[in-house]
Design a protein around this ligand. Structure first.
Ligand code: HC0
Ligand code: SF4
Length: 562
């Protein structure tokens, strides 16, 4: 603990790891392009440079706070210096701001505006490079790379993959895959965390908004939407509503107004997943085979396991993800003229996730040769489409989902946060459904922010070891421990994104600690106000098993292979 003087005001510091954090705590939003608290400090952009009372300038992200320091964050010299840095970055940057996918969210654009840069004095001499559009989920535009290294550190430190690195030297330098490979030729899992960390348009979501508008405009097409759990807690913020509060009812209303014929909640098929996955687990437990059971709803994790640990493929649950189960069920429902009345059905899935775009085109996401999910759009694309429609989102009166698949239990809703799938499964195993039982399940150890959680529960007298992890670097640690025989689990839940889908690669980027906590709390609150909190008590799921699913459980709800 100590004190420093920042711009003439005395500020206390405690365990802040650098001067930048103390400055921000003091309410000064010092700009940065390469600083993120969850990855290592790089110190490359120098925008957080400050001056001390002896005239020394230094990057505040790389300086440890010391008692008695006197810091100036906005002296004339520093302001000039900072403006020059942004100007130099802009001089080597493609400046098609009006048509850039990142327009309005770009940190560089925002800084240029903040610093009143209306003219760039230097000429761009970099040659124009081709875009990498090989990935089904993300696009890399080397002309917008500012070498901050954020994507490189996110991919290697959080995801443990290291798909991106620095290549070439001097003015030719850029962040890209090794050996000039395209993203499709690497071990990229499409999680989109590089896009979340990228401050400019150098890495962006591959968008599919036009395809959705086209389907809506076609009178011979029935357009059906499913909305993932984590989307509802990330949209309100973009329209000035409270951070993290679920806006599911308003989303249903706006999608109807935009022209969708039917709107459903992916929490419904998350309930289906729980029914199938818990049944599968009990079968494996019964004959002690293919344990631990690995969850299979996160496609980035599934790809990671198949690429890096193929010897464990058989341990993956055969369950399709809720996205794929729902789409297969909707397509089956409208198969046959009596139901479809000659109209083609297009399923649009609205996800917090870039990897879901990859999952939708995976060979095992087809039923009877037809792709289950036709179009996947991310939360960010949905927000843009709502703005495009001109509908005033905050004033909308909430609406309910359509029937016959219009209700998901609270168990399905919490899928969007790390530990949610496990908690939903443990609820399924519980005999009772009263609040006290639900509270007991919530306290078993599945909840919480830690990247790796381990705990034991007892099912019918059998002790079960459970592991819940998020972030692929953590998944790697878990896998190595299983491989070496150090850890023995029965159930392992992995989500590729830290904290789960609420922090997916398709969510609005640059979520600070407050936003992260609000999204998580928002999902638990939405669960709390749902009258049915166990998947096996969802009456719509029960009737589906007696009707449309009869004899078709495997073909519609499971993957034959990975
Ligand atoms: Fe998720 Fe899902 S919880 S992966 O993050 O299981 O994207 O929100 O929709 O499919 O339900 C994403 C979120 C989903 C699926 C569900 C699962
Ligand atoms: Fe997608 Fe969720 Fe997996 Fe992230 S954790 S890759 S958002 S499914």
């Amino acid at each position: 603990m100590g004190y420093m003087t920042i711009d003439g005001r005395k500020v206390e510091f405690t365990d802040e790891k650098n001067v930048l954090s103390v400055i921000r705590k003091a309410g000064i939003n010092l700009p940065t392009l390469c600083y993120h608290s969850e990855v290592s400090t790089f110190g490359a952009c120098r925008l957080c440079t400050v001056e001390d009372d002896r005239g020394r300038t230094f990057a505040s992200c790389s300086e440890v706070p010391r008692d008695g320091m006197v810091i100036y964050t906005n002296s004339g010299r520093i302001k000039k210096y900072r403006k020059l840095i942004v100007e130099l970055l802009l001089s080597a940057h493609c400046r098609d701001c009006t048509t850039c996918v990142k327009s309005g969210e770009c940190v560089l654009q925002d800084l240029a505006h903040r610093m009143n840069i209306t003219d760039v004095r230097f000429q761009n001499t970099r040659e124009i490079r081709p875009l990498d559009t090989s990935s089904p989920s993300i696009v890399r535009d080397p002309n917008k790379c500012i070498l901050c290294g954020d994507c490189v550190r996110a991919c290697s430190e959080i995801q443990g993959l290291g798909v991106l690195g620095f290549a070439f030297r001097g003015t030719d330098a850029m962040a890209m895959p090794a050996f000039n490979k395209t993203l499709a030729e690497t071990d990229c899992v499409s999680c989109g965390q590089c896009r979340i960390y990228c401050p400019t348009g150098a890495i962006s979501v591959k968008t599919h908004m036009d395809e959705v508008w086209e389907a809506i405009a076609d009178p011979d097409t029935r357009v059906v939407a499913q909305v993932a759990p984590a989307v509802r807690v990330a949209v309100g913020d973009a329209f000035g509503l409270d951070k993290g509060n679920s806006v599911m009812g308003k989303l249903v209303a706006v999608l109807h107004r935009m022209g969708f014929d039917e709107v459903y909640d992916t929490a419904f098929s998350a309930d289906l997943t729980i029914m199938e996955e818990s049944k599968e687990f009990l079968e494996r437990l019964g004959d002690s085979s293919k344990l631990p059971l690995f969850t299979s709803c996160c496609p980035a994790w599934v790809k990671f396991l198949c690429d890096q640990y193929p010897e464990y493929k058989n341990n993956l649950s055969t369950c399709r993800s809720p996205q794929e189960m729902f789409s297969a069920v909707i397509k089956e429902y409208y198969r046959g003229y009596e139901k479809n009345q000659g109209k083609k059905t297009v399923v649009v899935s609205i996800m917090p996730c870039t990897a879901k775009k990859m999952e939708a085109v995976r060979p095992n996401s087809f039923t009877h040769g037809e792709q289950n999910t036709d179009i996947v759009i991310t939360t960010t694309e949905l927000i843009r489409m709502i703005k495009n429609s001109g509908i005033e989102f905050p004033t909308l009166i909430p609406e309910a989902c359509d029937m016959p698949f219009g209700f998901g239990s609270g168990a399905g809703v919490i899928f969007g946060v790390t530990g949610g799938v496990t908690e939903a499964m443990l609820r399924r195993f519980a005999d009772k459904h009263d609040k006290a039982t639900m509270d007991t399940v919530a306290e078993t150890g599945a909840r919480g922010e830690e990247g790796i959680k381990e705990f034991s529960v007892t099912y019918k007298g059998i002790p079960l070891n459970v592991c819940v992890a998020s972030g692929l670097a953590n998944a790697q640690t878990v896998m190595e421990r299983i491989k070496s025989g150090e850890a023995h689990y029965h159930i392992v839940e992995i989500m590729a994104c830290r904290r789960g889908c609420i922090m997916g690669g398709g969510q609005p980027p640059r979520a600070g600690d407050r936003t992260k906590a609000a999204r998580k709390d928002g999902l638990y609150k939405a669960d709390n106000v749902t009258s049915i909190r166990k998947a096996d008590e969802n009456p719509l799921i029960m009737s589906l098993y007696d009707t449309l699913l009869k004899g078709k459980e495997h073909e519609l709800l499971h993957n034959d292979s990975y």
